[in-house]
Design a protein. Structure first.
Lengths: 162, 117
């Protein structure tokens, strides 16, 4: 399962809408091993195409080095399909080179609604996974504790479903 | 002659999990052959049957994409650092990929021309 903050999903959708009808692409980095995407990095689509996307190789080197320096990895690699469903194409599968990443697809074919789906792609095998959108400000790993003596009206008790 | 080579996650099964390995060679092609003698199979993941650098990987010498340096003929010197990354690409239509790839080589040539100026 992919857990991702609503604000990051909103930023990805906004990027996809902005570049429509061309495909948009990018990365969400997170601490190595955390499986938690935290830093959204929109990338240029060097192909500038409605049916193909490709990271610019020099931009990719810079971003991958930056992740390395910050002990991060690409937790999510996303792109948009602008006229078809959010499902990996054969091209997506043949290129998928980050076995640890969640491959997030968003389709912008409908003007008013987005379809967002996530996949693992390992050795050419595509496995869809659920996407859980976490509201901002809630640490999904935090242990919820009830703070005695505080009014519930002033404490945010919203939490994840774990 | 030692050249540091950074290996991406997906290829670390060939290097016993190592993130960085060392190799030797006067060109990128020589280096990959040298690496393959100790990390059998690695070269085959980077080079096509036709003997060209694979489309699915990006290889850099220091800060340059080797596609602009002569690909497998790119010259190496002692102390150079080689980085291998999986190319991140894809898109909606499988059959459109070929067209996009040929478009890409056009782009690469144009960028090389700009760099040469």
């Amino acid at each position: 399962m992919l857990s991702i903050e609503r604000s990051i999903i909103d930023a990805i959708v906004a990027h996809a809408r902005r570049d429509h009808p061309d495909e948009a692409c990018g990365v969400v980095a997170g601490a190595i091993g955390s499986d938690t995407p935290t830093r959204h990095i929109p990338m240029d689509n060097a192909a500038r195409s409605m049916t193909f996307y490709e990271f610019d190789s020099m931009e990719q080197l810079r971003v991958w080095r930056e992740m390395d320096d910050r002990d991060e990895e690409p937790v999510v690699i996303y792109h948009s399909h602008t006229a078809t469903e959010a499902y990996p194409s054969r091209t997506d599968v043949s290129f998928a080179g980050e076995p640890g990443a969640h491959y997030l697809l968003v389709t912008t074919r409908e003007p008013d609604s987005e379809e967002i789906r996530s996949f693992r792609i390992v050795d050419g095998v595509v496995t869809e996974e659920p996407v859980r959108i976490v509201e901002a400000g809630v640490d999904p790993h935090a242990v919820q504790s009830y703070m005695f003596g505080q009014s519930p009206a002033t404490v945010d008790y919203e939490c994840s479903d774990r | 002659m030692a050249i540091e080579v950074r290996i991406p996650t997906i290829l670390r099964s060939y290097t016993g999990g190592a993130k960085v390995v060392e190799g030797a060679g006067d060109t990128l092609g020589d280096l990959l052959s040298d690496l393959d003698s100790r990390h059998a199979g690695l070269r085959g993941r980077l080079i096509t049957d036709a003997g060209a650098l694979h489309r699915f990987v990006n290889v850099y010498i220091n800060d340059e994409d080797v596609r602009f340096l002569g690909a497998l003929d790119a010259k190496l010197a002692d102390g150079d650092s080689v980085t291998i990354l999986p190319a991140v690409a894809g898109g909606a239509f499988g059959f459109a990929a070929a067209a996009a790839i040929s478009q890409h080589s056009g782009t690469a040539a144009a960028r090389a021309a700009v760099a040469a100026r």
